[in-house]
Write a protein that binds this ligand. Sequence first.
Ligand code: UDX
Length: 435
Amino acid sequence: MKISVIGCGYLGAVHAASMAEIGHTVVGVDVDEEKIALLAAGKAPFVEPEFDEMLARNVEAGRLTFTTDFSQVSDAQVHFIGVGTPQGPDGSADMTYVNAALDSLLPHMGQADGPSIVVGKSTVPVGTADSIEQRVVDAGAILIWNPEFLRESFAVQDTLRPDRLVYGVSKDAERAEVSQRILDEVYATILELDTPRLIMDFPTAELVKVSANSFLAMKISYINAMAEICDATGADVTMLAEAIGLDDRIGKKFLRAGIGYGGGCLPKDTRAFQARTEQLGLNSLDFMSDINAINDRRRKHAADLAIEALGGDVTGKRIALLGAAFKPNTDDMRNSPSIDIAKMLRDAGADIVITDPAAGPVLKVRRPDVPVADTAHEAIKGAEATLLLTEWDEFKNLDPTTLEPAGKIVIDGRNSLDPDTWKNAGWTYYGMGRN
Ligand code: UDX
């Protein structure tokens, strides 16, 4: 089947390559010429496990092409919309790219054999699909909403072997039936894996995405609130999380206390969801303000802890920051807690040095003013304090006896180090809600 994917950012590029991987002929479209040139040459514009090989393999096989020219999509039967919905000034999702994608796409559809469908994947405010359906119908296609749940660093796996597929379908029974049948054909190999497929109306499908992300954010902030209480009482949040997580009504996942969540989704989606709810005249998500506030203060807590551990004044003191990405196995620094902490320490006068195996090289290009070390050993050499901010394996596996710091203070922002190993090597260890 011929498929187009509009928007070749993180979501779109991975989705396009994954659809080619399962045998479709795919054309990816984006307005960013530089990105398209890289992708067309089979080169990944970001770090993502499994993606590079899959992209190169499918470009080489001729199943996957990239273009800035919308006329190339006219004979595709399925058009995925995977453009970004960045945070607007009032917290709500900015729909400029979704609207622009539709404006460019709709006049070019219609040369496929049989009916064509437009599949919304972008994370949008609830009500969007209902509001754009008529435009899609007028252009001769059918709209279906199919939110994406992929995690960065597991993006390929989450696309090809998802926990579930969600289809939001039209109220019109015939449109619903046709669009569902076509999308089932697209995902045939994924459905063969017994992936649950849930069919629902448009608003429910839109809500699944933002409510899932808000729930995840809530779990993280909940355990971080417990970390604050553990710090005040001498309790250990990692043991607490282990114990409550064994109750399978709670579950162990997403109970890692630390410097909190960042990235392109959780912070943005929770705020946009709250903004949309307020637009609807509801105060149902007022509690999200607390969840975000807890998350924000985790960053400040880590910076304050470093300042306090260094006697209250960090002016001119070298501080090593291990990690810049918002989580390991990605080079994505969007809303990264580490970057915020770096700014706070720098503003306090510290002489910071950052290292990150994937985001480090990106940081060197984007921020030549920020000192970036190639390795943790290099960053820590001569540092008076070390902060672990992204739990890359190579940081977790550091042997503290091989390091040459000026001061043996380590702040474990992700509770990822073994406190005894570091303490036995003479370091003063500070965890997040554990000692
Ligand atoms: C998230 C959702 O998981 C995914 O389903 C959705 O489609 C997009 O948003 P992602 O942003 O890639 O994915 O990252 P995720 O793995 O969810 O981590 C988000 C942040 O939470 C990271 O900064 C991570 O370090 C932090 N986190 C995660 C914690 O602080 N504690 C945890 O227990 C888990």
